[in-house]
Design a binder for this molecule. Structure first.
Ligand code: ATP
Ligand code: MG
Length: 575
């Protein structure tokens, strides 16, 4: 393609609305334009990247026996009522009515549609397993659409659904997808990690998220420093190791002390000269059913996702001042588990190892010292409810855990019979008995993956596309477009490259060389060929690798081979 004929509207300035690098660079380099909050035009360069990512996904899905189909984006509300999600999905669901007043939604995901489809057409165990997928626009009216393509309201997703005879079958399908996802993100050239993730209150089901490591990631992951161990988890889900052990320090007499204005652990620590590890942090939460007190050691933080899952509630909020006053008789900051009436107490196991601890007295400006389990309080539930931080021991091998930020680009999930049960989707087994399909679902954010690649690979000049998903492989630049020899040579190289299957562009614009260099760096072509006077005098052109900045002079008759081997060196295997 000739650059003069391409729609690549590069910008000189970074638009003010863009907070993260991928949003800034995709706008600036002319890949995307906003149509509405969280809704974007994908311009030709972006569309090429998307198609490449999709192609990698297709190959890996098909390799595992996946079959591609296309389901409707417009979905009837009845199916969502049947699964029970019409009411629980909330404002994220784009809802609409047809001319007859019937309810529909735009698909945020397709469990309802596919379960109905399979229920209608698959009757026998002999037709299983079944892996069906599509690559399509998805719609979610996100509360905060932001970061460009990273969190859109319209975005492209690959979603595959597996249907199996039983749990063992599901395990096989799940492992296939897990392997496929590893292949996909490796082939996209990304630095990523599969992490154990939270599966929500329905619980007990396996799920992994695939995280691209990047500073701008919204998720925190913890992973084991030990290479062989491989433990990695979303912070929401990371298991805590109980480090304390109950010692045999003599139990001292419970005392109430005056602690004016000590509402936080830090206030109290400096006032009492006691380490936070010796305190019990008591946090009050309300659910739709009850108020609960959650206890963790003073230096720890509560993991609300873990707490939410344990309580099996629909809503979990920190208790407001009125509730705190009603339950404890004191203002916020002085709650404690002793004599706390009418609320369930959930304690982290570490709290169970503490002797002569400090906690709130349920009285304004007062705390208790020397509180002890059994004598002074008894929790209703003891379970891991705290956040795990870097530096703590790995739950798998005991080595140190490290922390990183990640962008979730994909998730694999064992649904089990959640949807088949709700929608009564069964097949007949070998004895003619009806059985529920055992399902899994597996998503990849295609447009998010593109943005994640930019988050990972860029510098101050622009994007540095991994060769496997770059919109084009090489840009050919005549330094002086008016010089016929230069221009003719550039054009000839461009033609030869295209003829051998290399995706090349020729920057034939009547622009200064500096402008062309700048744009090539901004767009992020993996390779650049510069055709200038000095080189040509010696029968050579300059080949530059965007990623490393390496530059070498290559004889004209070698340039095509050199480009091919450079692409191979960059991980591109398509030639
Ligand atoms: P998140 O937690 O980031 O909101 P999710 O867990 O709700 O995502 P899934 O339902 O697992 O997302 O969807 C599968 C994949 O679709 C995600 O792994 C992600 O890559 C992509 N995705 C989800 N929401 C968006 C969005 N708003 N914009 C772009 N991609 C998205
Ligand atoms: Mg997810």
């Amino acid at each position: 393609m000739k650059v003069s004929e391409m729609l690549v509207p590069t910008l000189r300035e970074i638009p003010a609305e863009a907070e993260v690098v991928s949003h800034q660079l995709l706008l600036k380099a002319g890949f995307i334009r906003k149509a509405a909050a969280g809704v974007y035009n994908l311009l030709p360069l972006a569309w090429r990247v998307v198609k490449k990512i999709e192609q990698i996904i297709r190959e890996e899905m098909d390799r595992q026996g996946g079959q591609e189909l296309m389901m409707p984006i417009v979905q009837p509300a009845e199916l969502w009522r049947e699964s029970g999600r019409w009411d629980v999905y909330g404002p994220e669901l784009f809802r609409l009515k047809d001319r007859h007043g019937r309810d529909f939604c735009l698909g945020p995901t397709h469990e309802e549609i596919i379960t109905t489809l399979v229920k209608g057409d698959i009757n026998s165990y002999k037709q299983l397993p079944l892996l069906l997928y599509q690559i399509q626009n998805k719609y979610r009216d996100e509360r905060r659409p932001r970061f460009g393509l990273l969190r859109g309201r319209e975005f492209i997703m690959k979603d595959l659904y597996s249907f199996d005879y039983d749990q063992d079958g599901l395990d096989v399908s799940y492992n296939k997808m897990y392997e496929a996802y590893n292949n996909i993100f490796s082939r996209c050239g990304l630095d990523f990690r599969p992490v154990v993730a939270d599966s929500g209150a329905i619980g007990g089901k396996d799920t992994h998220e695939f995280m691209v490591l990047a500073e701008s990631g919204e998720a925190t992951i913890v992973y084991c420093e030990g290479k062989e161990c491989g433990y990695a988890a979303n912070e929401e889900r990371a298991e805590a190791v109980v480090t304390g052990v109950k010692d045999d320090t003599p139990v001292l007499e419970l005392k109430k002390i005056h602690t004016p204005d000590c509402r936080t652990i830090a206030d109290l620590a400096s006032f009492l000269k006691v380490a936070p590890e010796r305190m019990i942090k008591t946090m009050l939460y309300t659910t739709e059913k009850e108020t609960v007190a959650a206890l963790v050691r003073g230096d720890r933080e509560i993991n609300e996702i873990k707490l939410y899952n344990i309580l099996g509630c629909v809503k979990l909020d920190m208790a407001g001042p009125a509730t705190v006053l009603a339950v404890t008789g004191a203002q916020t900051g002085f709650a404690g588990p002793v004599q706390l009436k009418g609320v369930r107490i959930v304690a982290d196991p570490e709290v169970m190892t503490m002797t002569n601890a400090v906690c709130g007295a349920n009285e304004d400006d007062h705390h208790l010292v020397n509180i002890n389990l059994g004598r002074d309080f008894e929790p209703d539930i003891v379970t891991d409810i705290r956040l795990v931080k870097s530096g703590e021991p790995c739950p798998n091998c005991g080595n140190k855990l490290l922390e990183a930020r990640g962008i979730e680009v994909g998730q694999v999930f064992k649904l089990g019979d959640k949807y088949s049960k709700a929608m009564n989707a069964t097949f007949l087994d070998e004895n003619g008995q009806a059985r529920l399909f055992i399902m899994g679902c597996y998503g990849i954010g295609v447009t998010r993956t593109m943005a994640a690649a930019v988050e990972q690979y860029h510098d101050e000049r622009g994007i540095i596309w991994p060769a496997q998903i770059a919109p084009y492989h090489v840009a050919v630049l005549p330094v002086n477009h008016k010089d016929e020899h230069q221009f003719g040579t550039a054009e000839s190289i461009y033609r030869q490259l295209v003829a051998t299957g290399v995706e090349a562009v020729l920057d034939d614009r009547p622009e200064r060389a500096g402008v062309k260099f700048k744009d090539a760096d901004l767009v992020g072509y993996p390779l650049r060929i510069t055709v200038g006077d000095k080189g040509l005098a010696a029968g050579q052109v300059e080949l530059t690798t965007r990623q490393t900045g390496d530059m070498k002079m290559v004889p004209l008759d070698k340039i095509v081979d050199e480009v091919k081997s450079s692409l191979l060196g960059l991980g591109y295997t398509g030639l």
